[in-house]
Design a protein. Sequence first.
Length: 221
Amino acid sequence: MGKTAIILGATGLTGGILLKKLMKDSSYTKIKLFSRSSVKIEDDKIEEYLIDVLQLEKYNKDFTAEEVFCCIGTTAAKTKDSSKYKQIDYGIPVAAAKLAKENSIDTFVVMSSMGADATSSVFYSKTKGEMERDVLHQKIKNTYILRPSLIGGNRNEFRLGENIGKGFMSFINPFMKGGLAKYKMIHPEKIASGMQKLARNNKNQSIFSSDEIVQIANSTI
């Protein structure tokens, strides 16, 4: 019998790409999506739960699978209220990890960000670092945290600052080698592919930098 996967954030850029990859992957027979809005895709594998994801713990009976992929994330520009921001970027992944532990789900793959540090004085980096810390605290057997740098690709929403950054990074990316490789802009397809491959092949490592994500995505494992 095939596996069941849970995706949080399937309506986003990376989560949407991951969903399409898992739909094509014959090892999965069911993909549960927990989100506020529908992905609007008809497929026999997809089982949607349209809920308030800030109250994920209320759906513990439905939160069953072999693997969880958490692609949740917002921005300071989109969510200006810092408490709301933390509810999303910290609260949802940690609540998902707690449910995964409670329901004996052995694999948890979550997107974080380069520079995540629970001791940082920068709110964004601190929030991501605290999320990582408390996800790891659940001691789920296979926990993988991905720390991508600036994410490329085309979003449905316009982000001026991000678009300027992407333009600049596209120019300098070819020159970023060696120790600078982890700062290169990364395409969301690489992140999604890395998540898929990590879930398939157990690794001893828990946290992966942007350049390591690309290596895994490009590997044949």
